[in-house]
Design a protein around this ligand. Structure first.
Ligand SMILES: [Zn+2]
Length: 357
């Protein structure tokens, strides 16, 4: 399977926080024959393992979160409209007019539209204030609460944007949930590649984690169980090189290559790991950039404070319009991140000695 097909499938999978099963099943099927061990844990994390050439080798944990920002049905109006509660951080301004996909407990899917008030009937106050989550409603074409129930839609059912994956010119890909399905795709590709290589002097454990968008609960328990020597987090991060955003507020540039995090709101990445990533990128001539401090946060926040502390770095693909219904990535950035990840893993035994000495 090529990168595009993998990105498309992962992007289109329905998987908000706590409802990651479609993503998990797809990755499970894709990797089952390529790894030494594959399992899930009590919080739904998918954990895959490629053993080292010795029993006592250090363990490198590589994390990518499976969940995307989404919603659950919080109320069903007598008139058949659905109300929403958020799973993760949404900007309410970008929601009205979007199509959503609601999935029932039985796995049936329906399309709905987040209703809007046309300008014709807006009052002055409507125009001034942004919408709130409580004010939004989803129109699924139903006419009554009973009809919604008959379709199998119930409280707590999950919703995500109804967006298919599309390719734009210049290697730009548009789709939902690139945060963090690009990380999942990178990790899948890495394990596929490892099967063709001799065993390394390091054990590689992939953590496809749940609940990142809800305080990184999945990575917290997953990392505790794995007890890694050091860790790398794969993410999609904010690219904001668009009109109206000053350069100083732009965390990364689209097309600027793999983004190495120095520090974000919750993590100072391990300085030796940051240095190693920089040196590898320079040596291999892989396009890279430093993510501007100190925007955002990732699973690294939980991972690096697990047990007695885990040296951790974060590597990201720049992504425009993150946490909205459609985001964009550039394949050249994806490839740069994949190449830097690969080079890092091939040297991981040496790197482990450096960070733990
Ligand atoms: Zn993320």
């Amino acid at each position: 399977m090529d990168s595009i097909e993998l990105l498309r499938r992962l992007s289109e999978a329905h998987g908000p926080s706590g409802f990651e099963d479609e993503v998990r099943e797809h990755i499970w099927k894709t990797l089952a024959n390529d790894v030494d061990e594959i399992r899930s844990d009590a919080l739904g994390n998918l954990i895959v393992r490629r053993r080292a050439n010795s029993e006592t080798a250090p363990v490198l944990l590589i994390d990518a979160h499976m969940d995307e920002v989404g919603f659950v049905v919080s109320h069903i109006e007598p008139t058949g409209f659905l109300r929403l509660a958020p799973l993760g951080g949404w900007d309410e301004r970008v929601l009205p007019g979007q199509r959503l996909e609601v999935r029932t407990r039985e796995g049936k899917k329906y399309i709905g539209v987040i209703g809007t008030t046309p300008p014709h009937i807006q009052t002055g106050d409507d125009k001034k204030s942004p919408p709130t989550m409580e004010s939004l409603f989803v129109d699924i074409g139903a006419t009554s609460r009973q009809e919604v129930a008959d379709w199998g839609i119930r409280l707590g059912d999950s919703l995500v944007p109804a967006q298919s994956y599309v390719e734009l010119p210049n290697g730009v890909c548009a789709g939902k949930a690139f945060d963090d399905r690009v990380g999942c795709a990178l990790l899948v590709e890495l394990f596929k590649e490892l099967t063709n290589l001799p065993r390394l002097g390091i054990e590689i454990v992939g953590l496809f984690s749940t609940f990142e968008e809800l305080n990184a609960r999945g990575a917290m328990v997953g990392t505790f169980g794995i007890a890694p020597t050091f860790a790398l987090v794969l993410e999609a991060t904010v690219a904001a090189d668009v009109p109206g955003v000053p350069e100083a507020r732009c965390p990364t540039r689209f097309g600027g290559g793999a983004a190495i995090t120095l520090m974000d709101k919750y993590t100072h990445c391990h300085p030796r790991l940051v240095r190693v990533l920089e040196l590898i990128a320079e040596r291999e001539k892989i396009p890279y950039q430093f993510k501007r401090p100190i925007f955002g946060g990732t699973n690294a926040a939980r991972i690096h404070t697990t047990r007695a502390g885990v040296p951790t770095a974060t590597l990201s693909v720049p992504c425009r319009y993150i946490h909205s219904a459609t985001s964009l990535i550039r394949l050249s950035d994806y490839e740069a991140t994949r190449n830097l990840l690969r080079a890092f893993v091939l040297e991981a035994e040496k790197i482990s000695a450096e960070v733990t000495s």
